[in-house]
Every structure is written in C-alpha cells, then in structure tokens.
Design a protein around this ligand. Structure first.
Ligand code: PLP
Length: 283
C-alpha cells in the first residue's frame, strides 16, 4: 500500500506522524472520502469544495488548489492500481511543541491520503441492510466533515451488537441522518424525502448528486426532517454516501421496511447513480 504524507508517496509502514499532531490530540482535522469507480474519481469537485469549507471553519489553511488535490488523488490511485474503492484524505492542524489548546496563530497542516480497495456495488446494494435508531449525541457542527467521529464509532458498535449494519440518529424527535450516510424515505404516497441541509447534518456529495438526478427526471424530492414514525411507515428507505453509494435499508429495528426488499425507487436511484459512474450493472 502506497500512502501520501506531507509531500511524499511512501509505503504505509514507513509513514510517520508526530504524537503531538493536533489531529491526534484534539481531533483538529478535516477529512474526505472519495469513491473511485472504474479507476476514476467520483464527484471529486464536490469533495474538494466541501474540504475547503471544512478547513475554513476549523482554521486550517488549505495547502493545495483544487487541481493539485485532484492530481494527488489521481497519482495515489494510479500508484495503488485502484479500480474500485475509496480514497481517504485527512488534513490536520499539524504538530507543535507541547499541547496548547489554541495553538499557533497559523497552522502548518499534516496531509495524509491512503487508498482502500473495496467493492462499492456489492451485496449491500443488492440485498440491503438493517438499521437501528440511536440518540444523536454528536457535536453541533455536523455540516463540516471533521474527525469528531467517536459517537459514530460507538453508534456502529451498538448497531453491530444489535445485529444491524447502521444506525439512524434521532434528535428532538426527528431523524438527522445515518451514522455515516444521509438517510432517505419514500412514503406510501410516493414522496421522496431527505432531510434539509443545516448544521444538523453533513451535506453529502452523494445526496446532492442523487437529488440532481431525480429532479432531472422530473421527480420531486422533498427536503425536510422526518420522524422515526414516518420511517416506520415508509414504503422504502435508503442511505446515500460515497462509501456505500445507495444502500437499501430493508429492516428498521425489528420491522421490515415495505415488503422487506429494496423497492422500485431505491432501484431507480441506484440505476441513475450507477449510470453516472459509467458502471455496467446489467445482469
Ligand atoms: N452523513 C455523514 C454523517 C457521513 O459521515 C457521510 C459520509 O461519510 C455522509 C452523510 C454522506 O456524505 P457523502 O455522500 O459525501 O459521502
């Protein structure tokens, strides 16, 4: 595995980061996860623009132009022979002498990228997953993609203990999003609903892509919060993310969603998304 760290491509086992790095001590870091399909980056512009927003919000100077970020991603995927999988990028506020909360006036970032080979259109997309509900205990800036991920790591552990693959997080009586994906429902009367953007959720790049594709087709997407009861009553549920693309949710807690199989709207969204990737998923 070849990784990129602070200006150089090296073997992963040779990459070294200081124990005083603010990413490690304070989770003072931005990250992005970009899908690679057919050896090509998916929706890269969206990721690089969200990265810019995250870095601005957490006082880290953006070390590269959009073109340079793209070049680093492309070089990394070539060096790793990545055809299908993810590229993980993290930019931290860097390492300084000691552990001062505020840190220096201007940070010198640590930049890390690594590749993750994995099927993105696989059994999960085909058969779906089970979700449980959990209280959303995350911090208040969910609209930026930072490494404040402890609550989500614990959410995945709770889901696994319950025999589920993800959690839908609930706050003030409404679903915010899934543990690492945006959540969608399709109601009995065919309304397609996903939560509106605010600091309560991450503005998913896959979410934006799917909204645009559905609207291109003349379909209406309602951007609003929905309750756990609306999710129980939904005919279909799915999640969107770079990592799992379009994942049907076929069981919610102990109840089947619809007839317990991925439904027609979910299949349509998958088809539109896969088409945009240039994926041949015809059987
Ligand atoms: N919401 C959360 C909390 C996430 O962690 C993610 C992705 O990891 C998403 C939504 C989906 O965002 P994207 O489609 O940009 O991957």
């Amino acid at each position: 595995d070849i990784v990129y760290l602070n200006g150089a491509f090296t073997q992963r086992q040779d990459a070294r980061i200081s124990p005083l790095d603010r990413g490690f001590l304070f989770a003072h870091a931005a990250y992005e996860v970009t899908a690679v399909y057919g050896g090509r980056l998916v929706d890269f512009e969206g990721h690089v623009s969200r990265l810019r927003n995250t870095l601005d919000a957490i006082a880290i100077p953006n070390p590269h132009s959009a073109a340079d970020w793209e070049d680093l991603h492309v070089q990394l995927l070539h060096r790793n022979g990545l055809q299908e999988g993810l590229i993980y990028l993290q930019v931290t506020a860097g390492a300084y002498d000691g552990r001062d909360f505020a840190g220096p006036d201007v940070f010198t970032p640590t930049v890390l990228l690594f590749a993750d080979h994995r099927p993105l259109i696989g059994p999960v997309a085909e058969h779906g997953i089970r979700a449980i509900f959990l209280n959303d205990i995350r911090w208040r800036r969910r609209d930026i993609k930072t490494t404040q991920l402890l609550s989500q790591a614990l959410a995945y552990r709770s889901a696994r203990e319950a025999g589920a693959q993800t959690a839908f997080m609930v706050e003030d009586g409404y679903v915010t999003e899934a543990a690492s994906a945006n959540s969608w429902i399709v109601t009995e009367d065919d309304q397609i609903i996903t939560r509106n953007l605010s600091s309560d959720i991450l503005p998913g790049i896959t979410r934006a892509h799917v909204i645009a594709r559905l609207r291109d087709r003349g379909l209406t997407v309602e951007e609003r919060a929905f309750t756990p009861d609306e999710a129980y009553a939904a005919r279909e549920i799915f999640t969107t993310s770079a990592g799992a693309m379009i994942a049907p949710v076929v069981q919610l807690e102990d109840r089947p969603v619809g007839d317990g199989k991925p439904g027609p709207v979910t299949r349509l969204v998958q088809r539109l998304y896969y088409e945009a990737l240039g994926a041949d998923v015809s059987k």
